[in-house]
Design a protein around this ligand. Structure first.
Ligand code: ZN
Length: 300
């Protein structure tokens, strides 16, 4: 299968400059990341899942912090992280909730809708299902079909790794599959409302959850989230996956590398962000050139 290179959005999450010792309440995990098809997640030009997840996560992180719920991210750049590392970063930060951001795709491009996966165990399910349903309710009001909250059993406990490792360190964990990025109906909604609307749906759901009885019990430690699953050998690595964005060019400097037509086409690839001129400056020049090369070959 031909590998299609796509640029990487590395907009950096809002970092508060004030000195703070507060632990993160919510760890946001932008799904996938890292080089090549291994790190890409789903690929459906012009979309690459790892970039969409980072885009949504950046906005979600900023909105939660602005609303007074401390949030951090497992990665802020195009970084490859293992699933245990994602759980370990959450554990190190003292997070009460781990929210892994994803987009779906299907082989025939005929599936649509949003869904949440969480643990099947005890209060991990209770917290995951309540927070997940709050998010899904908001996503469905954008037009996505609400496919509901799901659990899945595997040989080691919960089937999905980030859920299994998160719950194994005592942190309720959800995977939010926002929509099918390869489905015409879902893409039309995504491109109409923009990634910021998805981030807002997540943020409002999470904020609402933390004001509920379950969310408050989770915050004050009275909700029993004793580690679930047998896969408990999570190595706690200190922030090993965190990285900063790689791009820093100004838009004018960047534009000088391309013809007007190429530049306009590049901007069109990020039109869905509503902020293409800014977002594009976060993308490494080599990725932009690779994208243009593929475009000129007729591949994208
Ligand atoms: Zn994914």
């Amino acid at each position: 299968m031909k590998t299609r290179l796509l640029p990487v959005i590395t907009a950096v999450c809002l970092i508060l400059s004030t000195v703070t010792v507060n632990a993160a309440t919510v760890m946001i995990d932008p799904g996938h990341g890292g080089a090549g098809t291994a790190g890409a997640g789903a690929i459906y030009p012009p979309y690459m899942e790892k970039s969409l997840t980072l885009d949504v996560a950046n906005q979600l992180c900023a909105e939660l912090n602005a609303s007074g719920i401390s949030a951090e991210m497992t990665r802020t750049g195009d970084t490859a992280l293992s699933l245990p590392e994602r759980a370990a970063i959450a554990k190190n930060s003292g997070a009460k909730l781990l929210v892994s951001i994803h987009f779906n795709a299907s082989a025939a491009h005929d599936k649509s809708g949003c869904a949440v996966w969480t643990s099947m165990f005890g209060n991990h399910y209770k917290a995951g299902a309540e927070c997940g349903n709050a998010i899904l309710s908001n996503l469905s009001s954008l037009g996505f079909v609400n496919k509901g909250v799901w659990t899945k059993a595997g040989s080691q406990g919960d089937y999905y790794g980030v859920v299994r490792y998160g719950t194994s360190v005592g942190i309720p964990t959800i995977i939010v599959e926002h929509c099918y990025m390869d489905n015409a109906k879902d893409r039309a909604i995504l491109e109409s409302v923009g990634t910021g609307a998805l981030a807002h749906a997540d943020a409002a759901g999470i904020t609402g959850f933390f004001s509920s009885a379950t969310g408050q019990a989770l915050t004050n430690g009275s909700l029993d989230t004793t580690a679930a699953n047998s896969a408990s050998s999570v190595t706690v690595a200190t922030g090993s996956g965190k990285s900063s964005g790689t791009g820093s060019s100004s838009s004018a400097n960047l534009k000088a590398n391309f013809s007007d037509a190429e530049w306009q086409w590049l901007l069109s690839q990020w039109a869905y962000t509503g902020n293409a001129e800014t977002v594009i400056t976060q993308v490494p020049l080599s990725d932009l050139k690779a994208l243009i090369e593929e475009h000129n070959k007729g591949n994208i």
